[in-house]
Design a binder for this molecule. Structure first.
Ligand code: MEV
Length: 442
């Protein structure tokens, strides 16, 4: 029976009709329509691009597009484009970049670019028979997918391995076609998924038409075909180092390097701390991946799985002191692209890549890892010295002032008053009310 309350065919409504829907649902006035349009671009070509990124848009949702200079990466100075709503992230990254630029900067090394996907299927025949026959199927599977892989292969990419796995411990009669890919400068999600769906189709054909299987054995059930965001074969290392003596006394902390290393050690051994520690790393990685049009949910999923690779979720970064030298490092999986997808259509994503001098996917992996380590360094530096709230809330003050709709004079007065104080919404509001009351009674 159809649920009459369900709204069907909503995506067929145009923007006006979708806003009509909101006005009616929320009991709003017509004014909301113009208000929603104020967030849109006057450039209709650009607006069309944004509208087509998703379904059912009613407006644009803005985030600041920021830049942070002074990232010295493998000896070259870079400016990072960053998109984040967290006010302190860009300031923290800028500070960490400048700090390390004076100490040799960040170093990166790519240790792999392999991406993976699987065709998950069930087959009730003899697993040994399939294991024996499978090498003979590989050629046909590869040949059948050639229509999709040809262009990628011409550029040096494509399928790099195709294996059969029998995994009855997961489900009875369950198998995987486990496929590895090289996708060069593309993140490759669409490419990989198209290839996997083609492989699934060919597999069914092999069972049905090869003449190698009995009537019963012809029956193969494809469960799904999808890439994996677990990309431990696509990895980047990043590190930075300096003599411990250069850190002594930093921010008034005599044993800075030791305290820093202890803070990282805690994150390596305590899950509650590790999750927050890694969130600080992803503050930087996400900001750069959003700016460059990369899929930050895929990155997050892969990075968190990697953080738990030894059976216990732990810090992604590592810090050590050896022979008077402080070293801060991290190795993480990243599957990103600089061609195709959002990077190809969003003008600001293209511009972000231009700011980075149009990097290859490998170079972008390095920059993302640098953003992660820099953001982690800045967070721990604040945590072990002044605490996080001072810097955080100072940046947050401008958000509070926007919410309180203060005048220019009030803004200046409040900023001066809170320059050396820890900020909270209620304290700012109380201060503002007192000032306003004093003015009306005088
Ligand atoms: C806040 O966005 C991130 C931090 O909590 C990270 C950390 O605790 O290391 C400051």
């Amino acid at each position: 029976m159809q649920n009459k309350k369900l709204i069907r065919g909503f995506s067929k409504r145009n923007k006006e009709e979708r806003i009509d829907f909101l006005i009616e649902r929320l009991g709003l006035t017509e004014q909301i329509r113009n208000w929603l349009y104020t967030f849109e671009s006057d450039d209709s070509d650009f607006q069309r691009i944004i509208d087509e990124l998703s379904e059912n848009p009613v407006s644009n949702y803005h985030m600041p597009f920021c830049i942070a200079p002074n990232f010295l990466v493998n000896g070259v100075s870079r400016t990072f484009p960053l998109v984040t709503e967290e006010s302190s992230v860009v300031a923290a990254l800028g500070k960490a970049a400048a700090f390390w630029a004076e100490r040799g900067g960040f170093h990166t090394e790519i240790t792999g670019t392999e991406k993976k996907g699987q065709v998950h299927f069930k087959w009730k025949g003899n697993p040994e028979k399939l294991a024996v026959l499978f090498p003979g199927f590989r050629e046909k599977l590869m040949a059948d997918s050639f229509g999709i892989t040809a262009r990628m292969e011409a550029r040096g990419g494509g399928i790099t391995s195709l294996e059969l796995r029998y995994l009855p411990e997961i489900l009875p009669d369950y198998y995987q076609l486990d496929v590895s890919f090289e996708t060069l400068d593309a993140m490759g999600a669409n490419f990989i998924n198209s290839v996997l769906e083609k492989l699934a189709e060919s597999l069914l054909q092999i069972f049905a038409e090869s003449g190698l299987f009995s009537a019963e054995e012809k029956d193969c059930e494809i469960i799904m075909a999808i890439l994996s965001n677990h990309t431990p074969g696509s990895r980047v290392k990043v590190w930075t180092e300096c003599p411990v003596s250069e850190l002594a006394g930093l921010d008034g902390t005599a044993n800075f390097a030791e305290k820093f290393t202890e803070a990282v050690h805690i994150a390596q051994n305590d899950v509650s701390r590790a999750v927050t520690h890694n969130k600080g790393i992803l503050n930087g990685i996400d900001a750069l991946s959003i700016a460059t049009g990369n899929d930050f949910r895929a990155i997050e999923a892969g990075v968190h799985a990697f953080a738990a690779r030894n059976g216990k979720y732990a810090s992604l970064s590592h810090s050590e002191i050896s022979n008077g030298q402080f070293r801060f490092e991290m190795e993480i999986p990243l599957a990103v692209g600089v061609v195709g997808g959002t990077t190809a259509v969003h003008p600001l994503a293209k511009f972000a890549l231009r700011i980075l001098d149009d990097p290859s996917a490998k170079e972008l992996m390095g920059y993302l890892a640098v953003a992660g380590l820099a953001s982690n360094f800045a967070a721990i530096r604040a945590l072990i010295t002044s605490g996080i709230q001072r810097g955080h809330m100072k940046m947050h003050l401008s958000n509070i002032l926007s919410q309180l709709q203060v005048s220019e004079n009030e803004r200046a007065e409040i900023q001066k008053h809170f320059a050396d104080k820890t900020v909270s919404y209620s304290e700012v509001e109380n201060f503002l009310n007192k000032k306003r009351n004093a003015k009306t009674t005088s």
